[in-house]
Write a protein that binds this ligand. Structure first.
Ligand code: 0O2
Length: 221
């Protein structure tokens, strides 16, 4: 009857989401390992913090409708690629690229798309490095390949994005021109801060004190 049908649909949805939860777990493990390994061999930590989220079913359906695609699970699985999302915040731009490279090099991580909004910021000033990866999740009776969106950014980029997100939400995407200009200016300041911090970090590295990607502790004196 109807009740059975609803139960089946719920079970199917739960199973669908489970694949993405495990995909997030796998990526978090990879990131944790990179972080621990790096901590043991270097003086500084390239990863400040990591967050993850699983998109709600409502947002998934909204996006499918926006894309003009069907809303059955197989179509959604193929077309909506940010159901599983990971955000990695680093201190320095060079660390963000390093993390992206390290993840891209792993043989079970397939890079489906790479968007470098650091090299080419969006018109509103948004900067971040975005990867869509596809990774295998090994279940008892099958292997599922799931898409995971990985956003890698500096603290300054993250700060800007969170403020921009709140403002856009408040104005429902239609920001008054003076705020748009102010945000664009703030984005330039954030980029300038990243550049300055990068130069400071290079100074430290040239003095031979701090470890950087590729330079083991104590190697440079
Ligand atoms: P949420 O709530 O973070 O999931 P699309 O994914 O189709 O909307 P596109 O071009 O395929 O767009 O993806 P893109 O450009 O890689 O951006 C995807 C995500 O990056 C967004 O997800 C945001 O998290 C972030 N992002 C992109 N542009 C901006 C921006 O201008 N400001 C801020 N604050 N974040 C941005 P969602 O689905 O929009 O939202």
């Amino acid at each position: 009857g109807v009740a059975q049908h609803v139960r089946d649909a719920q079970r199917e949805t739960a199973r669908f989401r489970m694949g993405y939860e495990f995909g997030i777990e796998e990526m978090l493990t990879k990131i944790r390992i990179l972080r621990s390994e790096f901590r043991q061999t270097h003086d500084h930590n390239p990863i400040e913090h990591v967050t993850s989220r699983l998109k709600s079913m409502d947002s998934i359906i909204d996006k499918a409708v926006r894309y003009g695609c069907a809303t059955d699970l197989p179509t959604i699985r193929e077309r909506i690629r940010d159901i599983a999302g990971i955000r990695i915040t680093c201190s320095f731009e060079s660390d963000a690229y390093w993390v992206a490279d390290m993840l891209s090099r792993q043989p079970d991580v397939e890079i489906v798309q790479r968007k470098d909004y650091v090299a080419a910021p969006k018109a509103n000033g948004y900067r971040s490095l975005h990867l869509i990866v596809r990774i295998p999740v090994f279940l008892s009776d099958r292997t599922e390949h799931v898409f995971v969106e990985v956003q890698i950014r500096t603290i300054a980029m993250d700060f800007w994005a969170s403020v921009e997100h709140k403002l856009s939400y408040k104005y429902r995407g239609a920001l008054p021109p003076h705020l748009r200009d102010e945000l664009l200016d703030a984005a330039a300041s954030a980029a300038e801060l990243d550049a300055r911090m990068g130069r400071l970090r290079d100074e430290v590295r040239d003095l031979g004190g701090d470890g950087t990607p590729g330079a083991p502790r104590g190697a440079a004196t």
